[in-house]
Structures are given as C-alpha cells and as structure tokens.
Design a binder for this molecule. Structure first.
Ligand SMILES: [Zn+2]
Length: 103
C-alpha cells in the first residue's frame, strides 16, 4: 500500500478510479460504512479530498465510463457537465477529449 503522498504524486483519473474500485470491493466484502472513503475524481492533481458516496450510487456512476464523482466546487464547466448535485458530492459527465475509455 503506497502512502497518500505517493498516491497524490502519481495521481491521474485512471489511478483514482482504481482506488475507488478497490474501496467499493472492500465495502462489498465487509459492509458499507458512513465514512467518506471515495476519492475526489476532479482534474486537480493536488486534490485528495474524500467523498461520502453510498455504494449503490458509486456503482451506478462507474457503470458509465464518462461519469465521475467530485467534491462540490471542484467541477470545471469547460471539462464537465453537471448531472446530479448531492449534499457531499456531484456527479458529472466528462465532455469531449477529457473523457477517457474505461480500462
Ligand atoms: Zn477534487
């Protein structure tokens, strides 16, 4: 397990999607918690904010390759279109070239 600093230094969307996928796997095995576990998937490479997203919502977002979860205020209207606004997080759709295919 790499340190948070290393995670931040190596940050890219693919990596953080992987981090979040691992978190979802743990929740499936050990049960969901109220803790804000998921990492913000915004374009800011220095961001390591945690988001309280429920597992069902996470899975719904992850089924669509262009959807991402972000901290409110971290969205970039040039890159993303707001899909849903929640108390602790936003669901956005990446526009154009910013959208990367899922692995
Ligand atoms: Zn962020």
């Amino acid at each position: 397990m790499s340190s948070l600093w290393e995670q931040r230094a190596a940050r890219n969307e693919g990596l953080f999607r992987e981090v979040n996928a691992n978190i979802a796997g743990l929740e499936e095995r050990f049960g969901a918690t109220e803790e804000p576990l998921y990492v913000c998937e915004c374009a800011n490479t220095g961001c390591a904010e945690r988001l309280a997203v429920d597992l069902q919502t996470y899975r719904r977002v992850r089924r669509q390759a262009r959807l991402f979860i972000l901290r409110p205020g971290h969205e970039d209207p040039q890159l993303e279109r707001l899909i849903e606004r929640h108390r602790d997080y936003l669901i956005v759709e990446k526009l154009g070239a910013a959208a990367s295919p899922s692995p």
